[in-house]
Design a binder for this molecule. Sequence first.
Ligand code: FPP
Length: 247
Amino acid sequence: MSQFHEQQDLPSHLAIIMDGNGRWATNRGVPRQEGHRQGVETLRQSLKDVMRAGIKCLTVFSFSSENWNRPKAEVTFLMTLLQRFIESDLAELHGQNVRVRVLGRRQDLPPKITKLIEHAESLTADNTALQLQVAFNYGAREEIADAASRLARRAVAGTLDPASITPEVFDAELLTAGLPDPDLIIRTSGEYRVSNFLLWQSAYAEFFFTETLWPDFTVDDLDQALHAYAQRDRRFGGLSNQQERER
Ligand code: FPP
């Protein structure tokens, strides 16, 4: 994988919206579940590729708050996939020094899965090679509303002055507290939407869209995205280096 050697400017935090599992399955005339199963395989491989590329923080979107609207059998299947993913891959992830966290509303998940998540998080809490966040039952508006609600409760209790609520204070209430903002967000399957993913954190993120369906995503797609990212001129609302020189 020599292509990664030239990557100068890597994202500190990469996020991926893994989309297109259903279409991948439909194109093959197999049940949608097969697409999700293959999606997990792609995730496994991508984790290795991301680590080899030298990226230290990865967040993947695997179940949104809106996904509850899918047929019950598919929802149950996605829950089972998360459970199996943790059961079968946790030891290896831990062995590779990966810290695993699950972002999303826990209270709606089956207790069996919540327990597994807590176990995975506490086992890997001190790992440092890769920070892996699996967004599961995640919705950015819910995350923001929950943060606002916690701050409001503290204000009402008199322990927080509303005037002291800055973006930094708010940021520290989010599920991603302590993580860098995503620098690059990849969305697969030719959809050009954010779909309620990391809305606050993506204020200055670069986006990379590919037609590739998630189960077909390979190291070459990752390399293309990283290459495109390295070419971007990130100004964060300011001027580019070139513009600064011309001033
Ligand atoms: C989008 O495809 C994908 C999802 C809703 C689920 C993503 C899940 C995985 C990649 C596997 C789960 C991994 C873990 C760790 C639980 P879609 O079903 O919306 O595809 P479509 O738009 O083609 O219908």
